[in-house]
Design a protein around this ligand. Structure first.
Ligand code: GLN
Length: 321
């Protein structure tokens, strides 16, 4: 079906979403990374970015928080851009694990590949693939440049978060070396893990995430800077990865109820992308049991229902500004 949606209607739905869920109770800040447990639990922001470059912002949209696992999407895009869809499929995979984000069991069960670049094992493997191989500075620069290009502006490393996470990431250290055991890491394991930990510790705003989500929705062309960040033909691969595992073991229920492919992070952010239509992001620190922001989920679901968009509907959406 062809549907026309007015910009003013999207704006008021986003405002209502913020108003409706700002006092929503439930969930708690991530506490396995000490830095995250101290972030103000009441922060709440929602941003939407349209392919025209128009941005809607409500609440704490300029607060800089830890991007955490949402960065897995950014680095997956970089690996796809550097190697192409077939090699990423062969080296890492594109299967949902159905298990928590940091699952060791998933690696043991499917030891022929780390499953998907959007869980910890596959994300560490993706960081290992980033070129130039063997050059930690060069690899880090490539990761940062790609994040900047997707977001339309620079992200800052949150040093304290990086320290906090580096000191406590015992599970991820096991993952990196288990990948080595199965020949599924493509550069030095400790260096790859450090790159992954650093990329997760980048500070981001909901607006930067909405712009990145819209860059994906817009086939790789950043709506704000105008830069073509990745090859347009990679967009369906990227969206399929997000759709199949963006909420880890709850991804099926998420896409079933929201209709928005989205990726979460334990910093409290969620980045959604609706091909051809918009990027949406929300941030609020308290998480459910699987590490997904309670308020951000509620807000994005409300927005998709109220404005009547769904990636599976087959609707052709036109936004009238
Ligand atoms: N850096 C975090 C970790 O590896 C990211 C987890 C997440 O956001 N789900 O544990």
């Amino acid at each position: 079906m062809k549907k026309s949606i007015k910009l003013s209607d999207i704006k008021s739905v986003v405002e209502h979403a913020h108003d409706k869920f700002k006092d929503l109770k439930g969930g708690k800040n991530a506490d396995y990374i000490p830095f995250l447990s101290n972030i103000d639990s009441n922060l709440f922001g929602i941003s939407v970015c349209l392919p025209s470059g128009t941005i809607i912002e409500v609440g704490d949209t300029d607060y800089v928080f830890g991007i955490e696992s949402i960065s897995k999407v950014h680095t997956a895009i970089l690996a796809l851009e550097q190697y192409g869809a077939d090699t990423v499929l062969k080296n890492i995979g594109a299967d949902a694990t159905g298990l928590p984000f940091n699952s060791i069991l998933a690696i043991l069960m499917e030891n022929s590949h780390p499953s998907t670049p959007l869980v910890n094992a596959g994300a560490i493997s993706a960081a290992s693939m980033v070129k130039p191989l063997g050059d930690p500075q060069g690899k880090w620069q490539a990761i940062v440049n790609n994040m900047t290009d997707l977001s339309g502006s620079g992200l800052q490393l949150l040093e304290e978060l990086y320290q906090s996470e580096s000191e406590t990431n015992y599970n991820n250290r096991s993952i990196a070396w288990l990948l080595k055991n199965y020949d599924r890491i493509y550069d030095e394991p400790d260096m790859s893990l450090d790159l992954y930990t650093r990329q997760c510790s980048m500070g981001v705003t909901t607006t930067q995430l909405a712009i990145a989500g819209c860059t994906i929705a817009n086939s790789g062309k950043n709506p704000v800077s105008g830069k073509q960040v990745f090859k347009p033909e990679l967009m369906p691969n990227i969206v399929s990865l997000i759709t199949s595992v963006g909420f880890y073991e709850h991804t099926g229920a998420w896409v079933y109820t929201s209709g928005i492919p989205a990726k979460t992070g334990v910093g409290g952010g969620v980045m959604g992308t609706l091909p051809g239509v918009f990027g949406v992001a929300a941030f609020a620190p308290p998480l459910d049991g699987s590490g997904n922001s309670v308020k951000a989920q509620a807000a994005i679901k409300y927005i998709s229902h109220e404005i009547g968009v769904n990636v599976f509907s087959g609707d052709h959406i036109e936004i009238i500004e």
